[in-house]
Design a protein around this ligand. Structure first.
Ligand code: CAA
Length: 283
């Protein structure tokens, strides 16, 4: 089957990036958020990113116009009833995701494929509330979506080969490189990234070095584009904490146990760049 129309659930940091990339590639893309305010915020994030792409020579004004022509916005989940593919990028909460997929299952035609951008939650569990468990997979994008070239395709044991191949073809059409992982918490990237980020917090906590020197160590010593503490602020301390908790609950391995300092900062609301304060402060 061919994907022509895509529905994106959630227009936060990830959803807006996924919507932008789909629309830029030429897919009719409809984005749903829960409130007009959240939609406006997401829409302006997309506009800003398209302008930055032009400024960096990665897109033309004509491509921006085409992308915007392909995009539409709604607060109603019902408006996604005619899409061929749903990419859910709502909050990392299993109950919320199940609610979304259950509702969409009753609205969308049988051929519609469901994908979740979850970083750590079980795809099979999300699919279990629908009547299309053979048509759900994980499509895990990376932040910033228009820049990062990777998509992790999460292949649950329940998916049909034909659906998976269609989803893979779609991911490749976005200009991304696809890697395939089992439906297991953290998939490939977070299985490795989360312990690294938690260890960096432990290093700050135990006074091994300053956060600046830890970051410089990994940027200049290992060629990473960002040091781990800057990356934590970038990903979001709350998001990292949530992923770590989900992985810890599943594996009961202390490598995934969030250090007290991370928990305290999340409780304080110091969630990183998106709120202007994490380990560092931002304008
Ligand atoms: N659209 C298209 N391209 C854009 C763009 C946009 N809006 N904005 C920037 N670019 C391009 C630039 O042209 C540039 O391309 P070239 O390398 O070809 O010149 C490239 O993107 C870098 O842009 P900048 O020069 O503006 O920015 P930078 O050099 O300061 O890099 C960064 C910024 C890409 C964020 C870089 O710091 C980086 O890669 N950081 C690490 C990000 C990372 O690890 N992300 C994954 C987080 S984990 C996750 O998301 C998943 C999870 O589950 C937790």
């Amino acid at each position: 089957m061919e994907i022509k129309k895509v529905g994106i659930v959630g227009c936060g940091l990830m959803g807006s990036g996924v919507a932008e990339v789909c629309a830029k590639t030429g897919y009719k893309t409809i984005v749903r958020e829960i409130s007009e305010e959240a939609l406006k915020k997401g829409e302006s994030r997309i506009l800003k990113s398209l302008d930055k792409a032009i400024e960096k020579g990665k897109a033309t004004a004509e491509q921006k116009k085409q992308a915007l022509d392909n995009l539409s916005f709604t607060t109603k989940l019902e408006d996604l009833k005619e899409v061929d593919l749903v990419i859910e990028a709502a909050v990392e909460n299993m109950e919320e995701k199940k609610k979304v997929f259950k509702t969409l299952d009753g609205l969308c035609p049988p051929h519609t494929i469901f994908a979740s951008n979850t970083s750590s939650l079980s795809i099979v569990e999300m699919g279990s509330v629908t009547k299309r468990i053979s048509k759900i997979l994980g499509m895990h994008f990376f932040n910033p979506v228009p820049v990062m070239k990777l998509v992790e395709l999460v292949k649950p044991i329940t998916i049909s080969e034909e659906v998976f191949e269609t989803a893979k073809k779609f991911a490749l059409s976005l200009g991304k490189t696809a890697i395939i992982a089992k439906d297991t918490p953290g998939f490939i990237v977070n299985l490795l990234l989360i312990p690294y980020l938690l260890d960096a917090v432990r290093a700050v906590e135990s006074g091994v070095a300053t956060k600046e020197d830890i970051d410089t160590g990994m940027t200049m010593g290992c060629g990473h584009p960002m040091g781990p503490i800057t990356l934590l602020d970038f990903v979001g301390l709350d998001t990292t904490y949530f992923i770590a908790e989900a992985m810890y609950q599943e594996f009961k391995d202390t490598r995934y146990a969030a250090p007290p300092l991370l928990k305290t900062m999340v409780l304080a609301g110091y969630n990183g760049r998106k709120v202007g304060r994490g380990f560092y402060t931002y304008q």
